[in-house]
Design a protein around this ligand. Structure first.
Ligand SMILES: NC(=O)c1ccc[n+]([C@@H]2O[C@H](COP(=O)([O-])OP(=O)(O)OC[C@H]3O[C@@H](n4cnc5c(N)ncnc54)[C@H](OP(=O)(O)O)[C@@H]3O)[C@@H](O)[C@H]2O)c1
Length: 292
C-alpha cells in the first residue's frame, strides 16, 4: 500500500484530486493537507510533518495563486511558491518519496508565437511566474526523478475562477469588458486531476504540459461562458491588457504544446469548449447559487 499526500487539498485542483485519487488508487491511502494542517513556509514544521507521515508520493498543489497579489507581495510569493516548494522537496527526498509539482504557463514570456514545448527555456514576465519557476528548479535540484506538470487558465467546481467571475459580473452589469490580447487554453480541473492520476500510474518523470486542447482569448472564453449559460442581455467588449490595467504583466501567447503527453501516454485532453459545456451543464445551478 502506498501513502499519497496531497498538499493544497482544499484548493480548486486539490479538491478534485481528493475526489479522483481514491478511486484511481483504491489500494492506497490518500491523505489531504492544506494550510490548517501544514504551512509550507515553515521549514522545520514541514520537514517534521512530512517525514513523520512517510508518504510514497507527494502531490504539491499548494501555492499563492493570486497573480496580481504576488506582484504586490513579492516576499510572500517567493516564501510560499519557491521556499515552500523547497521544504516539500527536501522532506520528500528524505522519505525517498516521489514529488508531483504543479507549475504554470506563466513561466514563459509569450514571445514564441507558437505552442510552448517542455524543453523551451522559461523566461517569466511576472513575480508569480518567477516564483513558480524557482519552485521547479528546487524540485529538480532536490528530488530524484520528479514529475512537473505545467498547466494553465484553470477553472473548476471549487473555488473562485474566471467562469464564476464572469457569471457573477453578468448578474450585476449590462456591459462586460474582457481582455482580448492574451491567448491560452482554459483547462478544467476535473480533466486535469484525471490526467495527473494517469501520469502517476505511468510513473511519469520530467516535465509535462497538460491543458485542454484548442485556444482562445479571455474575451472569446467569456463570450462562450455567457452563450452556453443562455445569457444574451449582456454586451461584451474586447479590450487590451493595457486598458484592463492589472499590476502583473501576463504573456500574450502562452499556449502549451501537449504532444509529449499524447506520445508517452496516449492521452489527449478534449477541447476547452467541450469541457466548458460539460462543466456548465453539471454545475451551472450550483455556481449561480454560490454567486448570490
Ligand atoms: N489557477 C490557475 O489558473 C493555475 C494555472 C496554472 C498553474 N496553477 C497551479 O496549479 C496548482 C493548483 O492551483 P489552484 O488554482 O487549485 O490553487 P488554489 O485554489 O489557490 O489552491 C491552493 C491551496 O494552497 C493553499 N495554500 C496557500 N498557501 C499555503 C501554505 N503556505 N501552506 C499550505 N497551503 C497553502 C491555499 O490555501 P488558501 O486558499 O487559504 O490560501 C489553497 O487551499 C498551483 O500550484 C498553481 O500554481 C494554477
Amino acid at each position: 500500500m502506498k501513502r499519497i499526500l496531497v498538499i493544497g487539498s482544499k484548493g480548486m485542483l486539490g479538491k478534485d484530486l481528493m475526489k479522483v485519487l481514491p478511486s484511481s488508487f483504491p489500494e492506497d491511502e490518500v491523505v489531504g493537507w492544506d494550510i490548517e494542517e501544514i504551512d509550507i513556509q515553515k521549514k522545520e514544521d514541514t520537514l517534521f510533518k512530512i517525514e513523520k507521515l512517510q508518504p510514497s508520493i507527494v502531490i504539491h498543489v499548494a501555492a499563492y495563486t493570486d497573480v496580481d497579489g504576488c506582484e504586490l507581495d513579492v516576499e510572500k510569493a517567493f516564501s510560499v511558491n519557491a521556499e515552500g516548494t523547497k521544504h516539500i522537496a527536501l522532506a520528500t527526498s528524505r522519505c525517498r518519496g516521489k514529488v508531483v509539482y504543479l507549475s504554470t504557463d506563466y513561466v514563459f514570456d509569450g514571445n514564441k508565437g507558437e505552442p510552448y514545448l517542455e524543453s523551451d527555456p522559461p523566461s517569466p514576465l511576472n513575480v508569480y511566474g518567477h516564483s513558480k519557476w524557482k519552485g521547479e528548479q528546487y524540485i529538480q535540484e532536490w528530488v530524484e526523478s520528479p514529475l512537473i506538470i505545467r498547466t494553465q487558465w484553470l477553472y473548476g467546481r471549487y473555488g473562485r475562477n474566471f467562469v464564476t467571475s464572469i457569471l457573477r459580473q453578468a448578474r450585476e452589469k449590462e456591459v462586460l469588458s474582457i481582455v482580448n490580447d492574451q491567448i491560452g487554453s482554459p483547462t478544467y480541473t476535473a480533466d486535469l486531476a484525471k490526467v495527473i492520476s494517469v501520469l502517476i500510474r505511468y510513473d511519469a518523470q520530467g516535465i509535462f504540459h497538460v491543458a485542454n486542447s484548442d485556444l482562445c482569448t479571455w474575451y472569446t472564453f467569456g463570450q462562450a461562458i455567457l452563450k452556453l449559460s443562455g445569457i444574451n442581455r449582456v454586451k461584451v467588449i474586447p479590450i487590451s491588457s493595457k486598458e484592463f490595467g492589472r499590476p502583473a504583466v501576463r504573456p500574450s501567447y502562452s499556449v502549451l504544446n501537449c504532444q509529449k503527453l499524447k506520445k508517452e501516454t496516449g492521452l489527449a485532453l478534449r477541447s476547452w469548449s467541450e469541457a466548458l459545456k460539460d462543466y456548465l451543464t453539471t454545475y451551472r445551478l450550483e455556481i449561480s447559487e454560490e454567486g448570490r
